[in-house]
Ligand binder design. Structure first.
Ligand SMILES: [Zn+2]
Length: 135
C-alpha cells in the first residue's frame, strides 16, 4: 500500500517531468550573435546548448564545420566564431545540428539523448524509444 504522500510525490514528479519537456521544446532561443571585427560572438550559446541538452564541444565541432570556419570557447566561456557570420547563417547551422543530432528521425521529438556505441553515435529518443544511428 502506498501512502497518500508517496502518491502525491509521484504525481508531482510526473508533472515536473512533463512541464520540463514542454519548456525544452519552446525554450531553444534563436542565436544571439554580434560581429566585432573579424569575429562573431555567439552570446547565448550556453542557453542554446542547455536547452538542447547537448555537449557544447560537440555542438561547436559540428556547427563550425557547417559554417566552414573555426569556433572556440574563450577564457570567459564565450563562444567565438572566426569570421563574420550573421545570425541567419548561424541559425541555419544550428538547425542543421538540431536536425541531425537532436531530432528523432522516427517521431520528430527533440527529447533525445546521444549515445555512443562502438564508435557509432545513436540518437536515443525519450518519446518513442527509437534508437537511430546518426547519418
Ligand atoms: Zn522518437
Amino acid at each position: 500500500m502506498q501512502s497518500y504522500f508517496e502518491l502525491l510525490n509521484r504525481i508531482r514528479d510526473h508533472l515536473r517531468r512533463d512541464s520540463s519537456v514542454v519548456t525544452q521544446r519552446l525554450n531553444v532561443p534563436p542565436p544571439d550573435v554580434i560581429i566585432i571585427g573579424n569575429r562573431t560572438f555567439w552570446r547565448n550559446f550556453n542557453a542554446v546548448a542547455d536547452a538542447l541538452r547537448r555537449d557544447p564541444k560537440h555542438m561547436i565541432m559540428i556547427i563550425a564545420k557547417e559554417l566552414g570556419t573555426a569556433m572556440t570557447i574563450d577564457d570567459e566561456g564565450k563562444v567565438v566564431i572566426f569570421g563574420r557570420k550573421d545570425s541567419a547563417s548561424v541559425k541555419n547551422a544550428l538547425n542543421y545540428y538540431i536536425k541531425l543530432y537532436v531530432t528523432c528521425p522516427v517521431c520528430g521529438s527533440p527529447d533525445t539523448k546521444l549515445v555512443k556505441e562502438k564508435k557509432i553515435t545513436f540518437i536515443l529518443c525519450e518519446a518513442c524509444g527509437a534508437k537511430s544511428p546518426v547519418a
